[in-house]
Write a protein that binds this ligand. Sequence first.
Ligand SMILES: *[C@@H]1O[C@H](CO)[C@@H](O)[C@H](O)[C@H]1NC(C)=O
Ligand SMILES: *[C@@H]1O[C@H](CO)[C@@H](O)[C@H](O)[C@H]1NC(C)=O
Length: 210
Amino acid sequence: MLLFLIILTPQADALANKPFIRKLRGVIPANYPLSLPWYEDGLNFSCTGCGKCCKVDGDVWLAPEEVPPITQHLGLNLSEFRSNYIKAEITPSDGNEEESWMCLKRDEGACVFLGKDNRCSIYDHRPVQCRTYPFWPSLLSEEAAWLEEAVLPDEVTIDEGSSERHWSPELGGCEGIAVTTTNEIKEGEASDSDDEQESTLFKEKRLKQK
Ligand SMILES: *[C@@H]1O[C@H](CO)[C@@H](O)[C@H](O)[C@H]1NC(C)=O
Ligand SMILES: *[C@@H]1O[C@H](CO)[C@@H](O)[C@H](O)[C@H]1NC(C)=O
């Protein structure tokens, strides 16, 4: 038992502050096929409350089980809810409307539930689609997709030649995703190591507000 402790202790100290999967990396053979996601160091995102994700020119779908909590919250029966807030529906072939997926209407270029204060008026009951943005599989599948989703706040000017962009209803994007620009990696200084390049890319940049 004593021997066991002596052997484990130095390593345990070194591993104490590492995320779980890194700890595993530290104790399993190096050639074991354990793959880490590209975002193993985490992702920098915080909602700025800009409301832009609710103004994207796209559809928000409610799963059948998401409908009753919303109708209850609004104090409406299903037919009132349908006529006020739903623009399309997909009903299963057996015709059971309780199993329908429903698509929310839009109102003046935004989700019908986005309030004048730029807040979701059904926030506690908002659809999973909204609740999980921007951590969608499509955006997490690869680093490029995540980086592409980042947009600058309107008041920040874009340097000439920059690949950064502002939000638009068609292209969408999220200004709460904090990334550095690839142009911060100076030309000719590109690192041989992918790892080094990645950490430069993800070094947080506080965007200079004008
Ligand atoms: C839903 O509520 C409206 C308004 O109160 C009422 O006219 C309608 O009959 C109700 N529909 C159903 C299916 O209960
Ligand atoms: C996120 O931001 C924090 C604080 O600014 C920084 O220390 C960290 O390295 C960033 N993480 C990533 C993955 O960019």
